[in-house]
Structure formats: structure tokens, C-alpha cells
Ligand binder design. Structure first.
Ligand code: PMP
Length: 427
């Protein structure tokens, strides 16, 4: 009711043209017209601090990426059916960031396509159909990847070959040994899949558990569960769309925080700093039969321009040591929010790794009762203060803070003052 006329007209026109399936952020939706590094500007020229957009992880409009895309677009834009050295040079670079037994890389346009391809491969390789995911996972928008994305809710039914395990929740953990506990949960689902004749093709994990509510473990926990899956003939697929490319601060890849090497790794979002490029890396044996029997072609996937974007983005991550920045600035951000939590019992938990933070809002610290209304109010209050964040988790009561990796200590200060006053005003 309080939206200005321009916004109301915009929202109406948008619904008229684009239909009902898209959602806008915020009670008072925002129209951005340009952005630079971690700052964004709306149609009235107001400046916003971006603490949410992980796609532009080396900064909005990064000049190195822009120049690489521009130059390649001007020179040659073709697909993977012609020889082009760019993709080979990039593949060498990217594969060099994984353990030695990850030997091949393939490119797609989106994370959904990457997960779709990973699962087609896993099913072909294992001869099994079953997929195990965490209970609020999101893995994509294609028919297959949506079928193992429980966060889409009950209106998007899971495949009958899909099983869920609870995410290893560090806040409400009931087990001391979370690795053993998770292996037990996975084992139950493996047995159920076997009983139904599906078998297990893959256990798919985002190791920062983004849509489950952001859980970052300070020691490895995944290996026992992966052992259970492998023993049953299934593969371990690490979905690095959110946690990859230095986001977690300690390793380029999220799974590297756990002492286990995946069979297949999927990646996307920040890979081209906004240019649509995503991909799959794998142990060579898992793609062998698929490659011979099925082939793969993706018109835009791995095109010369996409490769230029990915190559330049990866160079910036390495060249500017954004892994280090993610760790350093992420630690400052976390410490700052922890300090706010000391005088605000509505902050139940502050967690995360690198520049990926989850801040869980509760109405009662003792019972850990989720406070979705407060979280939503804070997201909107931050928007009014021109700082961008969102909320995640089953109850959407976990503030999701995930800025570009070029965030600086000065940006952290600006973020914390906004959060402090949003908290104060929400009392
Ligand atoms: N996996 C994860 C963990 C994601 O967060 C997303 C996107 N939110 C996807 C896969 C799908 O990626 P895309 O939107 O590029 O298809």
C-alpha cells in the first residue's frame, strides 16, 4: 500500500508482460540501473552496498572480465565443435585447482544444466537411479534437477527416486559426531532406495548447505557418508555452485573443507562473474561410458566468449588473492555480527565460512524458536538503509549475507552500522 506510483506501475507492467512465475525481492522492490564493484545504484542515483550477490564475485563490472568478454566477442564466438585453444588453456587452469584424480571438465550455461549433466552421467555410470540430497537443498530448475530440489516446496514434487537426509545443522545438532550421524542418515536412505530397486546413483551435497540455512563445519564431516554411498555403488557429487570459487575463504572448493574428493563437481554462478557459464569436472572413469554412448553438445556451453569470461574471472580470483580476502574480511564480518549478538538475544546463531554468513534469528534463545517475521523485517529494513541481503533456511529466518569477494573492511563497517540500526529499530 505504501509503494510510490512509479513502483506500482512498474510491478504491474512487469506482471502483465512476464507473467506470474517470477518473484521480486523486498516489500518495496528496487530498480537497479548500474553497479560497480560492491556498490549498486538505483534509478534515482541512490547508492546501495551489495552484501548479497555472489554471482559477480570479483565485483560488478570487473574491468578485467569485461575486457576479456569484449575482446573475445569481437574476435570469435563459436561453440565446442571447432578446435579452439581457449577452452584447453582454461581447462588446464581449472583442473589444476582440483585433486589429481579429477581429470576432465565440461561446460554448460547454468548450474541447473551442470547438475542435470552430472546426474545423467552418474545414472549412466552406476546403472542406478536413486539420488540423496539434504532436506532443503536447491540444485536447479530443469525437470531433473528440480526433482531433487526439495527447497522448491511441496508443489514441486520430488522424484520417487529421490531421498532426503537432514542437513548437518551445527546450531541444533543433536549428535556429537556429526560425520557418523550423517552417515547413519544416509545409510537409511540408501537401504530404502535399494529396497525399492532404485539403487543409489548419487549423493549430492552443497558443502555450505546454503538453502538448508548455511552450515559451515570447522572440521571434515562428509567422508563417512560418502563411504556409505560409494559402498552402495553410488557417486559423490559436490554441488559447488554456491560454495565454490573461493567463497568459503579456506579453499577454492567447498568440498576441500572435508577430507574427501568427489566423483563429480558441479559449478556455476560466480564462474563468469555474471556471464552465463557453468560446468562439471569429474573423474575420467565416470564419463567414459556416457561419452561413448550418449555424446554431449550444448550450443552456448563452453563457447569461446563464455570461456574468456571464466578464464578472466579465475585469473582475478587468483591474481587478487580473493581467497585470502574472503577469509580475512569474512572473519571481520563474522566477528562484527557476533559482537552485535552479544547484546541482542534475538540473534540465535552466527555461522558461516569466508564471505558467506548465516545469521539465525530466533524469538527465544533457549528454545531456538525461529523468528521468520523478524528476519524478513530485517531484510526489508536493510534494503531501506540501502544494504542488500536476503534470508534462507526452512523457516526463512536465517539472514543470508554473501557479498562479492572484493568486500573490504570499510564495507564491513558500513554493513555493521546498518545492521546495528536495523536491529535497534526492530525492537
Ligand atoms: N545449485 C545450487 C547450490 C544453487 O544455489 C543453484 C542456484 N541458486 C543452482 C544449483 C542452479 O544454478 P542456476 O540457477 O545457474 O541454474
Amino acid at each position: 500500500g505504501t509503494l510510490d506510483k512509479r513502483t506500482r506501475d512498474f510491478v504491474e507492467r512487469r506482471a502483465h508482460l512476464l507473467g506470474p512465475a517470477y518473484r521480486l525481492f523486498y516489500a518495496d522492490p528496487v530498480e537497479f540501473v548500474r553497479a560497480h564493484d560492491v556498490l549498486m545504484y538505483d534509478a534515482d542515483g541512490n547508492e546501495y552496498l551489495d552484501a548479497y550477490n555472489n554471482v559477480v564475485s570479483v565485483g560488478h563490472g570487473n574491468p578485467h572480465v569485461v575486457e576479456a568478454v569484449h575482446a573475445q566477442m569481437q574476435t570469435l564466438c563459436t561453440h565446442t565443435r571447432y578446435m579452439h585453444e581457449g577452452i584447453l588453456n582454461f581447462a588446464e587452469k581449472l583442473l589444476g585447482s582440483f585433486e589429481d584424480n579429477i581429470g576432465h571438465m565440461m561446460l554448460t550455461c547454468t548450474g541447473s544444466e551442470a547438475n542435470d549433466l552430472a546426474l545423467r552421467m552418474a545414472k549412466h555410470h552406476t546403472g542406478n537411479k536413486g539420488i540423496i540430497v539434504t532436506s532443503e537443498a536447491y540444485h536447479g530448475n530443469s525437470d531433473l534437477s528440480a526433482s531433487f530440489s526439495p527447497s522448491l516446496g511441496e508443489n514441486a514434487p520430488l522424484g520417487t527416486w529421490v531421498r532426503r537426509v537432514p542437513a548437518p545443522d551445527t546450531y541444533r545438532a543433536s549428535a556429537n559426531d556429526m560425520g557418523t550421524w550423517l552417515a547413519g542418515e544416509v545409510s537409511k536412505q540408501v537401504h530404502d532406495l535399494q529396497r525399492r530397486g532404485e539403487g543409489v546413483a548419487a549423493f549430492v551435497v552443497d558443502s555450505l548447505f546454503s538453502s538448508d540455512g548455511v552450515f559451515a563445519h570447522d572440521h571434515p564431516i562428509l567422508k563417512p557418508a560418502v563411504d556409505v554411498v560409494r559402498e552402495a555403488g553410488g557417486l559423490f557429487v559436490a554441488d559447488e555452485v554456491q560454495c565454490g570459487f573461493a567463497r568459503s575463504g579456506s579453499h577454492i572448493w567447498g568440498y576441500q573443507r572435508h577430507d574427501v574428493v568427489p566423483d563429480i563437481i558441479t559449478m556455476g554462478k560466480p564462474m563468469g562473474n555474471g556471464y552465463p557459464v557453468a560446468g562439471v569436472a569429474m573423474r575420467p572413469n565416470v564419463v567414459e561410458a556416457f561419452g561413448n554412448d550418449m555424446r554431449y553438445f550444448n550450443t552456448f556451453g563452453g563457447n569461446t566468449v563464455a570461456v574468456a569470461a571464466a578464464n578472466a574471472t579465475f585469473d582475478v580470483i587468483k591474481g587478487q588473492n580473493l581467497l585470502h580476502n574472503s577469509a580475512q574480511v569474512g572473519a571481520m564480518l563474522k566477528a562484527g555480527v557476533e559482537s552485535l549478538a552479544r547484546s541482542d538475544e534475538r540473534i540465535g546463531d552466527v555461522r558461516g565460512a569466508g564471505l558467506y554468513l548465516g545469521v539465525e534469528m530466533v524469538s527465544n534463545r533457549a528454545t531456538k524458536t525461529p523468528d521468520s517475521k523478524l528476519a524478513l523485517g530485517l531484510v526489508n529494513a536493510m534494503r531501506a538503509k540501502r544494504v542488500l541481503i536476503s534470508a534462507t533456511g526452512f523457516n526463512a529466518n536465517v539472514l543470508k549475507i554473501r557479498p562479492p569477494l572484493t568486500f573490504t573492511p570499510a564495507h564491513v563497517d558500513r554493513f555493521l552500522s546498518a545492521l546495528e540500526s536495523a536491529l535497534r529499530e526492530s525492537r
